[in-house]
Ligand binder design. Sequence first.
Ligand code: PRP
Ligand code: URA
Length: 209
Amino acid sequence: MGKLTVLDHPLIKHKLSIIRDKNTGTNEFRKVVTEISQLMCYEVCRDLELETYEIETPIEKTVGYKLAGKKMGLVPILRAGLGMVDGMLSLIPSAKVGHIGMYRDEESLKPVPYYAKLPSDVEDRKIFVLDPMLATGGSAIDAISELKKQGCQDIRLINIVAAPEGVKAVQDAHPDVAIYVAALDKGLNEDAYIIPGLGDAGDRLFGTK
Ligand code: PRP
Ligand code: URA
């Protein structure tokens, strides 16, 4: 089963409370999502491989470290996943960025795909799928399936707020994918919105509705 890691660092909890607040406006919401994404990136990258090389400080030679292993790829699920890209790129600027467009049909609650553009060497990259919300899990499951169809084998899912139902659905569908969340909430309401959640992440990020 894909491992679930809840990144409940005090700074993340503090910032998450700001974006949960219905009185937080678009400008601040976007800024704080970027900050949370940065903090999550730091933790999600904790186990990345390093290689050593020799460097010379002004005093003497010593061992330097650089990231080794697979190159990285970020894949936000449009629209709301876009809000997490800048924070991630600020720490891993050499990552390439692919996009998967998907919206959840309001009646069926099933994801409807409308766009996919991925780096040409996506199958050779370590992929971080980005979406602030993991509700029923349908969007994440389909996005990961599309990445696997393109040959990706090393995929992590990064969500800010998740419902237990979505976590379980992703773990059942893609047991090889590790999931990182900032908060695991109570569940879903009758419209499949996360409770307490933060509302509609895309609308809050982009000021729509
Ligand atoms: C939201 C969210 C996820 C999806 C989660 O996107 O950003 O992609 O819903 O729900 P699920 O786990 O039940 O699939 P939405 O469909 O609202 O599209 P948007 O980002 O374009 O607003
Ligand atoms: N999509 C959102 O943006 N918010 C939710 O709570 C569920 C799905």
